[in-house]
Design a protein around this ligand. Structure first.
Ligand code: PMP
Length: 286
């Protein structure tokens, strides 16, 4: 089945979808994105993603091209046309294609570029990696200072994943001034006893939609939550570690820079949070 994608008001077979070479997303990474998961053919936390998208656009003074209801309609249409049961919807909005290259923002009337496509991932909820856990390495965080804006400027995170692969690991945690900021494409956590520790919100990290949900569920399940920075050494000595993101949900981390975390197996807290997150998300999906 040929994938149907959405580009600037049209549903097209993927090979017919085109964006201008002058698009600011292409020339300057001048765009933002969102990834929303699909379970059972329904969208997980669409409202959270739509809110963060609006904030990213507003922080960059990119015009919001349509209302949330219209965005939701496109997400649903793509899920239906591509028969997605489990997977993701990728959405990208750029400042548009003014017809030339210039550092100055284009005129007001330039239409933002809007692209959405589906990624089918059967078995997303039953990920084998969740049963064994993943290994991470640490790398310096050399990204820009507004990581709370979800821009398509993903070169360094992409390089970080490659550094992890080269080291025989699965992902990298980024470290700034001695403390972990976040993973290349996820938020980072450690567990000590009944307490979950994750970095506080600021411009230094992306405000994960999964993070917000998982912390809410953790508090509801009487776990303690501490929002503060932690070091790699503290993480290596913790009882458990894990990451969260829209596409991995809650994923246990069992090794950090070659040191085993806890028993070197996924721990009970990460396991429980993953179960709660998937169950509650399925219930609330739209
Ligand atoms: N941090 C970074 C740097 C990310 O790229 C992502 C995923 N896009 C996250 C955290 C997790 O955010 P979310 O839970 O909204 O997917």
């Amino acid at each position: 089945m040929t994938r149907t994608v959405y580009v600037n008001g049209e549903y097209l077979p993927e090979h017919e979808a085109k964006v201008s070479i002058f698009d600011r997303g292409f020339l300057m990474a001048d765009g933002v994105y969102e990834v929303t998961s699909v379970l059972g053919g329904k969208l997980i936390d669409f409202e959270g993603h739509a809110k963060r998208l609006a904030r990213s656009l507003s922080e960059l003074d990119i015009r919001k091209p349509m209302e949330d209801a219209a965005l939701l309609e496109i997400h649903r249409e793509l899920v239906a046309r591509n028969e997605i049961d489990e997977g993701m919807i990728y959405l990208q909005i750029t400042r548009g294609a003014p017809g030339d290259r210039d550092f100055v923002f284009p005129p007001e009337e330039t239409e933002p570029t809007v692209v959405l496509f589906t990624q089918s991932k059967p078995g997303l909820a039953e990920s084998p990696a969740a049963k064994t856990g993943i290994k991470v390495i640490s790398i310096p965080d050399i990204r820009w200072g507004r990581r709370d804006i979800k821009t398509v400027q993903l070169l360094y995170p992409s390089m970080g994943k490659m550094m992890a692969k080269a080291a025989g690991a699965d992902d990298a945690w980024m470290v700034e001034q001695g403390a972990v900021t976040e993973g290349t494409s996820n938020n980072a956590y450690i567990v000590k006893g009944n307490t979950i520790i994750t970095r506080q919100l600021s411009h230094e990290i992306l405000h994960g939609i999964t993070r917000a949900a998982v912390l809410r569920f953790a508090r509801e399940a009487q776990m303690k939550v501490e929002e503060r920075a932690f070091t790699i050494e503290e993480a290596q000595e913790a009882d458990e570690a894990f990451i969260t993101s829209a596409s991995t949900f809650v994923m246990p981390v069992v090794e950090i820079d070659g040191a085993q975390v806890g028993q070197g197996r996924p721990g009970p807290v990460a396991h429980r949070l993953r179960e709660i997150y998937i169950e509650e998300s399925r219930k609330a999906a739209i």
